[in-house]
Write a protein that binds this ligand. Structure first.
Ligand code: GLN
Length: 241
């Protein structure tokens, strides 16, 4: 069994330690004896968009989102949609999350069209949401930190990834954090997210491996180090939000 991991726009959408999500996904597969290949997918027409089992789309600055939004408005966006329709998973954070929706409207300048894979829409607000972010989710608590001006609102086809306990989450109003639609997840959890939330990493791994394998069962790993880091981060979030 092998895992094909695509890193979207690693040169433009890779802030706040988000590359750690790629490292965590790859390492949790390798610890289970699964071979992993990671390929970058950035500006310019992709030739192998049907290769990945799972895509990672990180956060970025508004100017990076302009370039990436324009690139996804072309053939690459359609290729990403086809990949998801054919069973690939996506994990996205912040700016990447926003561009998987219908649009991201920055504080100044024109709206940036999104790919429309997630039924969400985002509009920049005046105040930036910066701080620890703790949310309750079906699979367990999620801990990270947020740094965004975007307010994201979910349409009917998307379900919240979690409910905010500490922080702002999607928009600082409706207590939702992130979005899930099929095997696509968007969230505002930087940090990076997956090393401190191993259950979410394993959920993504299972979805990704199921694209080309049947009856995927992941060996249980010793997550004591991850649990320690997570407990510390949750404690900080709860006492120093
Ligand atoms: N520019 C977007 C916002 O501020 C995304 C920022 C990010 O990816 N951290 O909402």
């Amino acid at each position: 069994m092998d895992l094909r991991l695509a890193h979207l726009y690693p040169d433009l959408m890779n802030i706040y330690g988000d590359k750690g999500n790629v490292i965590a996904l790859a390492q949790r597969a390798r610890w289970r004896g699964i071979e992993v290949e990671v390929r970058p997918y950035s500006l310019g027409e992709w030739t192998d968009a049907d290769w990945p089992d799972v895509w990672f789309f990180g956060g970025g600055q508004d100017q990076g989102q302009d370039l990436v939004g324009a690139d996804l408005a072309g053939k690459n966006g359609a290729a990403l949609k086809r990949s998801v329709e054919a069973g690939a998973a996506i994990f996205s954070v912040c700016g990447g999350y926003q561009l998987l929706g219908h649009e991201y409207v920055p504080e100044s300048g024109p709206a940036i069209p999104g790919v429309g894979i997630l039924d969400v829409a985002t509009r920049a607000g005046k105040k930036r949401f910066v701080g620890n972010l703790l949310a309750e989710s079906a699979g367990g608590q999620l801990i990270g930190f947020e740094n965004h001006s975007g307010r994201t609102y979910l349409g009917s086809a998307a379900k919240p990834l979690g409910t905010v306990i500490v922080g702002n989450g999607n928009n600082g109003e409706d207590k939702t954090e992130g979005a899930v639609q099929g095997k696509v997840i968007g969230c505002y959890l930087h940090g990076s997210c997956l090393p401190k939330n191993p259950w979410l990493a394993d959920q993504l791994l299972a979805w990704a491996l199921a694209r080309r394998n049947t009856d995927v069962k992941l060996k249980v790993l010793d997550d004591s180090d991850e649990a320690f880091a997570r407990t510390q981060a949750v404690e900080v979030a709860r006492t120093r939000p």
